[in-house]
Design a protein around this ligand. Sequence first.
Ligand code: UT7
Length: 323
Amino acid sequence: MLHAKVTGIGTFVPEKKIDNHYFESIIETNDEWIQSRTGIKTRHFAAENEYTSHLCLGAAKNLQEETGCSFEDVDFIIVATVTPDQVMPSIASQIQNKLNIPSAGAIDISAACAGFAYAIILAKGLIAAGTHRKILVFGGETLTKVTNYEDRTSCILFGDGAGAVLVEAAEKTNILAAVTGSQGDGGKDLYLSTRRNRVNGQDIVVDGFIHQNGRAVFKWAVNTISQHMATLPATLGWTMDDIDWFVPHSANLRIIDALCNNSGFPMEKTLESITIYGNTSSASIPLALHRGIREGKVKSGDKIMMFGFGGGLVYAGLIIEWP
Ligand code: UT7
C-alpha cells in the first residue's frame, strides 16, 4: 500500500497591499475597530485582471523555487476555492495546461475556508487507493471580487492569496490524523449567493456577494473547533501537548484566542495569517503555515494541527508531521 506525504509548500499574494485606513473613506469604520475586533492590519487585493488561477500559479511557482520539485509527473490537481475564475472550466484544468503538466486529473472543490484541509484529505485518499502518486493541492481565493464594499461588517475582513502543497506517494505517511464534519442548517449564516434565492428555506439576496452572520459563525466556530482540538490528537493516543503548532483558519484573531483559551492550548504555539493577509478563506491555512516556516518557527518533524471552518457550515482538521 502507498502512503501519502506532504513534501513542500509555496504561497503567493497579489502585490497591492491595503491597510485599514483605506476603508475609512468608503464606509463608517476605523483602524482601531478593525484591529481590536478582528486582528487585521493589512490585506492584499488582486488586480482587476488578476484571478484565482493567477494566484494559484504564483503559489506553484513559489513551491517550485523553494523545493526544486518538478511538476511533470503530477498526476492529479485539486484546487479548493469558492472564487474560481469561472465555474467551468475548472481552475485545476487551467493550471494543468499553464504548468505544462502532460496529463493529470483535475478538479476544483468547494468547502470554503475548510477547503485546503479537505483537499489534502482527498489527496491522501487517492494515493492510499493506489490510483495516484503525485498530487498538487491548492487553496486559492480572490474574495475581494465577491465582497460588497457597502457592507461594513464584512468588507473589512477579506483578502486574496493562494497556497500550494505537493502530496506524494512515500513509504511512510506524514498525514497522521483527520476529521471532517458539516452542519448544513447553518448555511444561511454564511453564503456566497449566485443563482438561487433561498438557503435553508430562508429567502436570501442574489447579488453575487458574500453574506455573513458574523456572531453566529463566530460562536459555531469556537464551539465546534474547541471540541475537536483535544479529540483529534487523541485518535493518535496523543494529547494537545504533543502538538507543536496549531494552525486554525485565520478568520479573526479573537476566534484563535478563544480557541486557545477554551482548550488550554498556548497562543504562542499558533500560526496565523489574519494580521497581514486578512481572511483569505481556503488560502489562510497555507499562508499561516508558510509564514511560520519562513520565520523559522516550524522545523522538520514538528507536529502541526490545522483546522479549517466556514461556509457550509463545514470544518476539517488534520495533523501533519512537517517533512
Ligand atoms: O471565514 C469563515 C468563517 N468566518 C468567521 O469565522 C467570522 C466570524 N465572525 C467574526 O469574525 C465577527 O463576528 C466579525 C468580525 C464579522 C464582526 O465582529 P463582532 O464583534 O461580532 O461585531 P458585531 O457584528 O457584533 O458588531 C458589533 C458592532 C455593531 O454595532 P452595534 O450594533 O453594537 O451598535 C456593528 O454595527 O460593531 C459595528 N460594526 C462596525 N463598526 C465599525 C460592524 N462592522 C463595523 C466596522 N466598523 N467595520
